[in-house]
Structure formats: C-alpha cells, structure tokens
Design a protein around this ligand. Structure first.
Ligand SMILES: Cc1cc2nc3c(=O)[nH]c(=O)nc-3n(C[C@H](O)[C@H](O)[C@H](O)COP(=O)(O)OP(=O)(O)OC[C@H]3O[C@@H](n4cnc5c(N)ncnc54)[C@H](O)[C@@H]3O)c2cc1C
Length: 393
C-alpha cells in the first residue's frame, strides 16, 4: 500500500502517498459519495436540480468549510484535503464535485485571503455551516476577457450601488453569499475592478434564469441581476481597484480544483468501463479478453495516473506556499483533456449501450466538456503556460 511509505523515516514520500488523516478523510468521503450521492445521480441529472438535503449533509460533514480555521467554525484542514473531496465526489458525480469546489477553492479561499477580520468573523462561520457561496466574475460580454466586465459599482454615502448582470454563475440558485466583481471606474480598465461580498438578501439583488446545460446539469448555473443593489462599503473585499488581483489569484487555486474534478470524473468513467468490459461477452468471451480493449483500458489508466499526479503535486505546492501558477494551468489543461478522452472511450467500450441514458457513462462524457471551458478555457490555460515558458519560468 502506498500509504505505508509515509511511515518510512528519512524518505521523501511519493506524490500518491497520503497521511493517515488524509486516508481517513478520503475514505469517509468515498463512502458518503457511494451511499448518499450515487443513488441520486441520474435523477438529479435528469431534473437538473441538486438535492438540497445533500448540500445540508455536505455542511454537516464539514465539507463546505474544509480549510476554514476552527476559530471560524471550519475544519481547519488543508487545500489538499479540499482537492481530495472534489476528486472523490466527482468520481461519482462531477456536479457534486463542483458544488464543493466553488465553495472551498473560490469563495472560502477569497474570503480567507482578502477579507478583514470583521468580515471573516461574520461570513466564514456562515459559509462553513449553512450558506452556499458563489463566485461571480463572468458576464454576457466578458468571459475570457474577464476584466472587460460592465457591472458598475458607484459609491453613494456608505453604500456601493451595483448595476449590471452576471452570467454563468455556478451555485447561483442555492447560494446565499456571492463574491462578486464590479468596476468602480470603467475608464480605468482592470484597475477599476473591485470585489464585493454580496448577500442574497441585499435589496436590488435577484437570481435570474438558470441555464439548461449539456453536462453537470444538477449544478445550477444562473444569471444574477443587480438593479441598484446596495452593498455596504464595509463589504468591499480587499482593496478598491484590486479586484483583478483577487480574481486572478483565486482562479489560479480554483484551476487545481477543476483538475481534481476532471481527474475524479475520469476515474469514475474508467471504473465503469473496466467492470463492463469484464462482464460483456462477445465472440464467446468477455470483451476484456481482447487485446484491443485491454490496451484502451491501459491507456485510460495511464492517463488518469498522470493527471492525478499533476493534481496532487499542485495541491501540495499550494499548501507548501510555492508558486504554482504554471502548474495549475497545466493541470487544468491536461486533466480536462484526459477526462474527455477517457469518458469518450468508456462510452465506446459500452458499445451501443454506452450511447443511452440507461447506462452511466454517457453522463461522464457530457460532464467532461465543461472542464475545457470554465475557470479559463483551454486556450487561456495555454496562453498562461506559454507566457511563463517563454519567460523562462
Ligand atoms: C457551466 C458553467 C459554469 C460557469 N461557472 C462560472 C462561475 O461560477 N463564475 C463565473 O464567473 N463564470 C462562470 N462560468 C463562465 C466561464 O468561466 C466562461 O464561460 C469562460 O471563461 C469562457 O468565457 P466565454 O463563455 O465568454 O467564452 P469566450 O471568452 O467568448 O471564448 C470563446 C472561444 O474563444 C476562445 N478565445 C477567447 N479569447 C481568446 C484568445 N485571446 N486567444 C485564443 N482563444 C481565445 C476561447 O478559448 C473559446 O474557445 C461558467 C460557465 C459555464 C458554462
């Protein structure tokens, strides 16, 4: 077992080696995902609705505030543990993976890093115990070019008054708290962008249309409408005009989470393919007896291992305080590629059955597509990697 390697004194543990606490943490999550999430996956996907009671249980298990320090009611865990949770959930349902991912790697992280002590005392206990968070950067006209956003924030007395629309906001339907980006001065370009902590109950804030999607259908993706939405000045997150820094740095961490989501997804699809290949008989024997199928499975397993090593390495780099910008972009890029390839092969290994909704693999294939789109498209990851590689970093 790789775990035992950690106990050997004096050796540097391999990347796949988990501490005893991490093994326990992962096994508990895996058991929960198998027992509570797996039975609901198909119905949640078909209805396009995430079961609220499951979210309640995520809170009870401490999975919505993994890194939040205990003094604020959280688990006091590591980023690596948050990544393990996203990977394990995504193995069963990538929609469940992204609910936990956005909460931990984007919203909680942004507040942990940039909030004032007063803001932390107010919001972190809520996020760790009952309030789903969402991260609202994108707009209809600004996706890859995120800092071309148009939502305006105007200071009037002790409030900022926000006007505009946000699009594609994950967890939008369930969320009670939003880390939301607006500009205080559109003529200042990215230097006008400011992050705000917005409560769902603030006047002038409404959640608009929920998207009907190809994949991760149970995860809500919504428009947010701000019409003279009053946000107290005290709810500016970080400094006015420094929202671009918060957005960039939070998304760097988030990309490791999406890598974990895609890696877990690929594992889930591959497990189904291995099982099916051993059961399905053609030409008088299980199709797993054919070398053509064996080689496909071997390729899938190899790519998954490479992806997992990238995810784990990156998460450990983050916990060690190292610079991981290039590695995070590479991880998201690669994991989303292998998720698409592995889930596509899983559909093929199931043959005609794989193409129907009666079998689980087509959902993994649909869910995989988003990995190349959100938190920066593959082209945006390539742009970041190229810049750093060409700059000698
Ligand atoms: C399901 C889902 C959930 C999401 N969740 C969130 C969320 O929680 N919060 C949030 O803020 N946003 C969220 N998003 C938005 C997401 O981050 C954007 O969709 C993404 O950044 C791409 O932006 P876009 O859709 O405007 O595409 P565009 O930016 O218009 O890109 C279109 C195409 O052009 C390419 N392209 C653009 N610019 C360049 C360039 N300079 N060089 C080369 N190619 C380029 C892109 O790679 C892409 O292929 C979500 C989106 C979806 C679909």
């Amino acid at each position: 077992m790789p775990e035992t390697v950690l106990q050997r004194a004096g050796t540097t543990p391999p990347l796949v080696a988990l501490s005893e606490d991490e093994v326990l943490f992962r096994d508990n999550i895996r058991q929960f995902a198998e027992e509570k999430i797996r039975p609901q996956v198909r119905e949640m996907d078909e209805k396009g609705v995430f079961d609220r009671d499951l979210i309640r249980q995520f809170f009870e298990l401490g999975l919505m505030g993994i890194e939040v320090p205990e003094q604020y009611g959280g688990g006091g865990g590591t980023f690596f543990e948050a990544i393990l949770a996203v990977e394990e959930f995504s193995r069963v349902d990538p929609s469940a993976g992204v609910v936990v991912d956005v909460q931990n790697t984007l919203v909680n992280n942004a507040i942990l890093r940039w909030a004032t002590e007063e803001q932390k005392r107010k919001y972190l206990p809520q996020l760790a115990s009952e309030k789903v968070g969402a991260y609202a950067l994108s707009e209809a006209g600004s996706g890859s070019d995120a800092f071309a956003l148009q939502t305006k924030a105007e200071l009037r007395g002790s409030d900022y008054v926000l006007n505009g629309r946000k699009l594609w906001i994950t967890n939008g339907k369930e969320a009670g708290l939003f880390v939301l980006f607006a500009t205080v001065d559109a003529s200042a370009g990215y230097k006008g962008i400011t992050a705000f902590i917005v409560e769902k109950e603030f006047s002038g804030f409404t959640v608009g249309k929920k998207e009907d999607k190809l994949g991760i259908r149970a995860s809500s993706t919504c428009e947010l409408i701000l019409e003279d939405c009053k946000v107290p000045k005290s709810n500016v997150l970080g400094e006015v005009g420094k929202g671009y820094k918060i957005a960039i740095e939070t998304l760097n961490e988030g990309r490791i989470g999406i890598g974990a989501q895609m890696c877990g997804l690929a594992q889930g699809a591959c497990e189904y393919a291995i099982k099916y290949a051993q059961e399905r008989k053609q030409f008088g024997k299980p199709i797993s007896d054919f070398q053509g199928i064996q080689f496909q499975l071997a390729q899938m397993a190899t790519e998954i291992q490479a992806a997992q090593l990238m995810v784990y390495n990156c998460a450990r780099m983050k916990d060690a305080g190292m610079n991981f910008v290039k590695e995070a972009a590479m991880t998201k890029l690669f994991c989303s590629q292998i998720a698409e390839r592995v889930s596509s092969l899983a559909v093929e290994i199931y043959g005609g059955y794989g193409f129907t909704r009666d079998y689980p693999v087509e959902k993994y294939f649909r869910d995989a597509k988003i990995g190349k789109i959100y938190e920066g498209t593959s082209n945006m990851q390539l742009q970041t990697i190229a810049k750093l590689v060409l700059g000698g970093k």
